[in-house]
Design a protein. Structure first.
Length: 90
């Protein structure tokens, strides 16, 4: 965790690359970030026996889900919790 900058000011908020939320680095905890560690995909295609990632032109009736947990809503709450990770982190 980052400490307050000189002069008592808090460091600026950062953008989490997992959940896309802004966060205060000084209050980042192991349960701060909820995210899906896998892709939102279409169900297996019977002819080719593999998963496909969604394209903007996919038909609206395609069965879609997160490959990690099976959630079928694109905006479903993440199935994993961890620290936020900013784009500044290695």
């Amino acid at each position: 965790m980052e400490k307050a900058e000189a002069g008592g000011r808090k460091p600026p908020e950062k953008l989490c690359r997992r959940c896309k939320a802004t966060f205060d680095p000084s209050s980042n905890s192991p349960s701060s970030c909820r995210f899906h560690p896998s892709f939102f995909v279409c169900r297996r295609h019977d002819d080719q026996k593999r998963y496909y990632e969604l394209d903007p032109d996919d038909p609206p009736y395609a069965a879609k889900f997160y490959d990690c947990c099976g959630a079928e809503e694109l905006d479903a709450l993440g199935c994993k919790s961890h620290f936020h990770v900013s784009y500044d982190d290695d």
